[in-house]
Design a protein around this ligand. Structure first.
Ligand SMILES: C[S@@+](CC[C@H](N)C(=O)[O-])C[C@H]1O[C@@H](n2cnc3c(N)ncnc32)[C@H](O)[C@@H]1O
Length: 390
């Protein structure tokens, strides 16, 4: 592909990504994979270059742009080499018109910026929210003692964490195929430490998804005890079994829940878990480094619905914790209404429950818990609190 054809491909993809964000459609990565599956003429270098262009445009535009062309024009404004590809030749985009406007640059839509700011996030933190995320992994000590991957660095404070060189094709590493490493952001690993999981315990991972945190819990438990991984999403939960098998985690049981009937379906675990981990569905404002187009998808209504679901899963989880046991609440959001505020409301509504001060190797105290931010901790953004049952 010529440089101009690459720019045109990025514009077409951005049009699809913008429509996907507006209509709750597929994520950018899925759309990019689909686009190239029908364009065999594009080699791996072309795909990489187009992907880079697409993500550069997504990172630049805080608000959802009017069109893919407007988004790429913003990249062209900052980079004369890209501007030169608007040449109208062959498969290239038409030349830039005198009165054409580029999508405005920014970190996020103004209403979200305001909410982040009211959640005590300083403006100096904002740029880092959409910076490029490093590639982190977790070593599975049940399979290997030590691991040697060229260019990999330890992550201070995380005995099992590894920062891999960017661009590492993890699926091609023998260590990955043997289950010796799992891709997992350092922030996710740090907040899972709040569960203080130990061999022999009974733990529920209530919103387990495809099992990122479940596998980390099972690894610390060294194959002793029980981990019940539940979720209401059949597709996500079904991805757990093959991952658990690869990681040789024999103590994980999965259970698909019906929304609204969770407590009934978990009656064999009532008031008996040492710990219930709730990695609640959230706005994902802490993960824009990995999914920068997610900030074009948010609406105040969507956040309101998420806050309701979070309140609900907290109530469900509280029913499963044994007296003196722990409820660990996590969101990858930096909005207080989903994090510190949500937990404060829970504590008011449930007298007797207490927030236990958390000592994590990273993060800063924030309300009844701890907050990790990309600028301060070089991780995705998270809020985590550990609550002890009466
Ligand atoms: C942040 S994701 C979990 C990610 C996962 N823990 C990980 O580490 O990869 C939140 C999950 O909550 C699930 N969820 C939503 N409502 C739920 C409910 N009422 N009960 C249990 N899980 C729910 C969603 O399907 C989603 O998989």
């Amino acid at each position: 592909m010529t440089p101009s054809a690459r720019t045109q491909a990025a514009i077409e993809l951005l049009d699809q990504i913008i429509a996907g964000a507006r209509d709750s459609g597929a994520a950018a990565d899925t759309l990019i994979a689909r686009y190239f599956s029908t364009r065999r003429y594009a080699g791996s270098k072309d795909r990489r270059a187009v992907r880079e262009l697409v993500y550069a445009a997504i990172r630049l535009a805080g608000e959802r742009p009017a069109s893919g062309r407007a988004a790429m024009l913003a990249v062209a404004q900052a980079d004369p080499e890209i501007a030169a590809t608007f040449d109208g030749v062959g498969h290239g985009p038409a030349t830039i018109g005198k009165h054409e406007t580029a999508a405005p640059s920014g970190v996020a839509p103004t209403w979200i910026i305001d909410r982040l700011h009211s959640s005590d996030l300083g403006y100096e933190e904002f740029e880092a929210l959409i910076s490029r995320a490093p590639l982190d992994a977790r070593i599975n000590r049940m399979i290997v003692e030590e691991i040697d991957i060229e260019g990999a660095e330890p992550i201070p404070g995380l005995p099992d964490g590894l920062r891999l060189p960017s661009g590492t094709q993890v699926e091609n590493l023998p260590a990955y195929n043997h289950g010796a490493i799992e891709v997992q952001d350092a922030g996710s690993q740090f907040v899972t430490l709040a569960a203080k999981a130990k061999p022999g315990q009974r733990i529920v991972d209530l919103c387990a998804g495809a099992g990122g945190k479940t596998l980390a819990l099972a690894a610390v438990m060294e194959g002793q005890g029980e981990v019940l991984a539940t979720d209401t999403d059949r597709m996500r939960l079904s991805r757990m079994a093959p991952r658990a098998e690869r990681a040789r985690s024999g103590i994980i049981e999965t259970r698909l829940l019906n929304p609204g009937r969770e407590v009934e379906m978990l009656d064999d675990w009532l008031h008996s878990a040492d710990c219930v981990l709730i990695d609640a569905p959230c706005s994902g404002t802490g993960t824009w480094r990995r999914n920068p187009e997610a900030r074009w998808r948010l609406t105040p209504d969507r956040i309101e619905r998420l806050v309701e679901t979070q309140k609900h899963v907290l109530e469900v989880g509280a029913n499963l914790v044994k007296p003196g046991g722990a409820l660990v609440y996590i969101v990858c959001s930096l909005l207080d209404e989903e994090g510190a505020g949500q937990v404060a409301d829970f504590l008011t509504a449930n007298p007797g429950w207490k927030a236990q001060p958390l000592k994590l190797p990273v993060g800063r105290k924030h309300g009844p818990g701890v907050r990790l931010t990309p600028a301060h901790d070089a991780t995705d953004g998270f809020f985590v609190a550990r609550l002890i049952a009466p």
